[in-house]
Design a protein around this ligand. Structure first.
Ligand code: 5GP
Ligand code: ZN
Length: 111
C-alpha cells in the first residue's frame, strides 16, 4: 500500500489520532502550519474532492471537522479547507480536510 493516509487508516503507519469513526479518521498534521492543524480523511481511498460522490461520506467528513474543532477548543474560530489536484496545491493524493486554528488566521479571499 503506497498511500500514506491509507497506511495511517490501516494502522501500518503511525499518526496522532484526534477522532475516529467507522468511515472517517482525523490525525495531527506532521508539519503543522498553525497551533492546531488536523487532517480529516475518509478511511477508504478517494483521490480528492473531485472524485467524491458519496453524500453521506461528505457529511461525515464535515461533521468530523466540526467535532475536531470542538475537541481542540477552537471556539474562537477555525478554518476548514481542502486542496484538490495539482493546481489546487494537493500534495497527498488521498482526500483530506485541513482543520487549522489556534491563532488569528489571515484573510484567504479578496474583499
Ligand atoms: P496537501 O498539500 O496535500 O493539501 O496537504 C498534505 C498535508 O499532509 C500536509 O500538510 C503535510 O504536512 C501532511 N502530511 C504529509 N505526510 C504526512 C504524514 O506522513 N503524516 C501526517 N500526519 N501528515 C502528513
Ligand atoms: Zn489513500
Amino acid at each position: 500500500m503506497e498511500c500514506i493516509f491509507c497506511r495511517i487508516a490501516a494502522g501500518t503507519a503511525t499518526a496522532r489520532i484526534v477522532f475516529e469513526s467507522p468511515r472517517v479518521l482525523a490525525f495531527e498534521d506532521l508539519h503543522p502550519q498553525a497551533p492546531v492543524h488536523v487532517l480529516v480523511v475518509p478511511r477508504e481511498h478517494i483521490d480528492s474532492l473531485w472524485e467524491l460522490v458519496d453524500a453521506q461520506l461528505a457529511g461525515e467528513l464535515l461533521l468530523a471537522a466540526a467535532e475536531v474543532a470542538r475537541r481542540k477548543g477552537l471556539a474562537r474560530g477555525f478554518r476548514v479547507l481542502t486542496n484538490a489536484r495539482r493546481d489546487g496545491g494537493q500534495e497527498v493524493e488521498h482526500l483530506h480536510l485541513h482543520i487549522v486554528g489556534g491563532k488569528r488566521l489571515g484573510r484567504m479571499l479578496p474583499g
